[in-house]
Design a protein around this ligand. Structure first.
Ligand code: NAD
Length: 363
């Protein structure tokens, strides 16, 4: 089986970390008996430099004709980069929003996993961390408050701002189906988060989620109010498997969940559409402050590549092997500079990639 992977190295540390993720993917392919063909595409600052715009039709078409997209990060240092002298619609970030829209990526997946070896980085107390946590936030990405009609009007000499929160049954159903499918690939528990005691959109969310649950008797569905969920994430994160929520709640809760892992260089993410297709990228940015120094942590991108194997290619065994390889390299004490602590062995970006790829290959 051959899969077509579109690769967007991006800006800053993007090309360095994507190179390592490709190395790991190649080893996974060789070991599990499939092949990968790559097409490199430009986005963000790299596209501005080449074409004057952050996103071209060529990049959209290239991504659409692939099975999945692996991306580094885009953007530069806004204080000094000439990209930020351009009007907002021509800046690097506009390319990212544009490609998400063009590919109809409505489901955002952000895992938060605490590696035993990195417990010291977790800001929670030891007794709260307990056995650790391994959760996945599934956030609706193209509807709700961020996409509803908005305006500011003036009434009796006073300004009034209006934002609209709209969700249709279909929008809720398609993200709920994604979340149930993901829960099925994990520990089979789904917590749907809403504000059904106040919002109509949340009451519809709850009703549709209940309806979809009938097709997934093997997944245990529960509901939680968003204010309670924000508390539970810092009180007992180990209780969660998959959290399903709407756009704005997910924006806030996924940042909270990533903070409790304490290590930005470890956080992967995926954005999926209705098919198996997805765009996979680290949660962090392009880190222009360390670009080109060979010290960036490639693990978030490598773990994003593992998600690509699992969710777009259905190569679960290969995904498991990549995740296990990361655990085992950390257990042996190897750390990039951002994770370094006493008694560990410091590695650069390339060496970390080599170590993980070596484990995947079974060395
Ligand atoms: P950032 O995530 O790039 O960096 C924040 C801090 O974390 C920096 O000190 C950086 O050195 C460090 N860091 C980040 N990733 C690391 C890694 N893999 N290894 C080691 N250290 C790492 O956030 P920022 O500085 O606010 O943004 C820089 C640029 O990235 C901006 O142009 C921003 O718009 C862009 N950005 C892009 C994305 C994306 O492509 N999805 C996301 C966030 C930010």
């Amino acid at each position: 089986m051959n899969y077509k992977i579109a690769v967007i190295p991006g800006d800053g540390i993007g090309p360095e970390i994507v190179r390592e993720a490709r190395k790991v993917l190649d080893q996974a392919a060789a070991r599990f008996g499939f092949t990968l063909s790559y097409t490199e595409l430009l986005l963000g600052g790299a596209s501005i430099d080449a074409h004057g715009v952050p996103l071209t039709q060529e990049t959209i078409e290239g991504a659409k004709s692939s099975d999945a997209v692996l991306m580094g990060s885009i953007g530069g240092d806004a204080r000094i980069s000439p990209w930020y002298k351009l009007e907002p619609s021509l800046r690097p970030e506009a390319g990212l929003l544009g490609i998400r829209k063009a590919l109809n990526l409505f489901a955002n997946l952000r895992p938060a996993y605490l590696y035993d070896e990195l417990r010291a980085a977790c800001p929670l107390k030891e007794e709260i961390i307990g056995e650790g946590f391994d959760l996945m936030i599934v956030r609706e990405l193209t509807g709700g408050l961020y996409f509803g009609e908005r305006k500011t009007i003036e009434e009796n000499g006073s300004k009034k701002a209006i934002d609209t929160l709209v969700y249709s049954e279909d929008e809720i159903r398609r993200i709920a189906v994604k979340a149930f499918e993901i829960a099925r690939k994990r520990r089979g528990r789904l917590c749907s988060v809403d504000k059904a005691n106040v919002l109509d959109s949340s009451r519809l969310w709850r009703a549709v989620t209940e309806e979809v649950a009938k097709d997934y008797p093997d997944v245990e569905l529960s509901h939680m109010l968003v204010d309670n969920c924000a508390m539970q994430l810092v009180k007992d994160p180990g209780q969660f498997d998959v959290i399903l929520t709407e756009n704005m709640f997910g924006d806030i809760l996924s940042d909270e969940a990533s903070m409790i892992t304490g290590s930005i260089g470890m956080l992967s993410s995926a954005s999926l559409n209705e098919t198996k297709f997805g765009l996979y990228e680290p949660s962090h940015g392009s880190a222009p402050d360390i670009a080109g120094k060979g010290i960036a942590n490639p693990i978030a991108t490598i773990l994003s590549a593992a998600m690509l194997l699992r969710y777009s290619l259905d190569q679960d065994e290969a995904a498991d092997a990549v995740e296990e390889a990361v655990k085992s390299v950390l257990a042996e004490g190897y750390r990039t500079a951002d994770l370094m602590s006493e008694g560990c062995i410091q590695t650069g970006t390339e060496q970390m990639g080599d170590l993980i790829a070596g484990k995947v290959a079974g060395k």
